[in-house]
Write a protein that binds this ligand. Sequence first.
Ligand code: AMP
Ligand code: GLY
Length: 425
Amino acid sequence: MNILIIGSGGREHAIGLKIFEQNNKSNIFFAPGNGGTRKIGENVNLDLLDHQTVINFCSQKDIKLVIVGPEQPLVNGIADDLRNSGINVFGPSKNAARIEGDKSFAKDLMMVKNVPTAKFKIFHKSEMDEAIHFLENGNFPIVIKASGLAAGKGVIIAENFVYAKKNIIDIMEKLVFGNAGNTVVIEEFLEGEELSVFVITDGSEFVILPPAQDHKRIGDGDTGKNTGGMGAYSPVGFFDEKLENEIKEKVIIPILKGLEEADSKFNGCLYCGLINTINGIKVIEFNCRFGDPETQAVLQLIDGDFLGLLYSTAKGKVDKEIVNYNGGSAMCIVVASGGYPDNYEKGFEIFGLDEKFDDNIKIIHAGTILQNGKILTSGGRVLNIVSFNNQNNLKYCKEIGYVALDKVKFDRIYFRSDIGFKAIK
Ligand code: AMP
Ligand code: GLY
């Protein structure tokens, strides 16, 4: 089967690699891909904003399935245009992608369907003074979110009124996140351990993949700025059958129903960003796609036909029996460019990628590029060191992960040294 994967991150390399390992008869194209994906398929340069170009490419290459990795093309409606041309797509419509692309839509829908989430209030463009007034009487810390897409940077946790007010002005008046800040959501700060749950769904039926925990902050001990994610592990110890049922009944079933009722039936991976509070599970956010770097860990724990799971979903009826959890554990350590998530330099040669690694290690690429025979850094998050084992032994994953990482070198390399710290005592 010919497959097109859209995106260039670790998530897309991990999805491609899983398909490559399980179905070596597939031809995989990546648009645009990275320095690692070219080894398992072909990187192609397509203008992703020009959907007709993508449709033409799919007809030319007889693409049977398009998998859309990142949120932006989904929010732009790429899945609608491909589907309207008769191409199977794993990924939601523009309407359904609002669950991530418009946080105010997501919050309103959660209210309507009674899905547990932080208490909140929404302020539109002309209501900045009201937002500031609301904050004057707020309980701190308080959470301020730009409603639109802001590359994972649009969430501010404010400890006091002065900082909160500054951020409201930055977002709503100075538009530091562009139009994403035309509307803001101000919400209650929740405490508890977070988990990311991937729901593969055709809009009604669904399969839940093993849950993961991300490490969003740049620094050890969860300090410093929020990033796209600096590491992840799966499964998550406190996720038991009782919690799984609670998530199904209170979150997944009602939100899928709500989406369908809002003319936004969801087809693809619904990412539930959850927090386990003393008052039960609550939703922090929904995303309309797989998480990165969680996917790099989660996919190591799936046996069966992963491509079949995505293909059956794209065709409209998710095959619920086609994959299963293999009982193991996995960890992903993100290797980044020094300076990320702010400014960083690119173009450094990466050494050590051809070293001999443990059999339970995979090196998954993100911001890398092949140039004149050398692999160079080309992004903030550069590589993912993924370790796994067939028992539930995260401590072992961590050990072999950091041993492997030690072999990889480039200028201004940066990584967290404590991935999994909440799970490994
Ligand atoms: P988001 O982009 O919505 O996932 O937010 C990024 C991160 O900010 C989350 O992973 C949480 O760590 C934190 N966060 C977001 N909303 C809240 C909240 N209501 N309470 C506490 N932390 C939050
Ligand atoms: N790792 C967080 C995300 O993919 O949004």
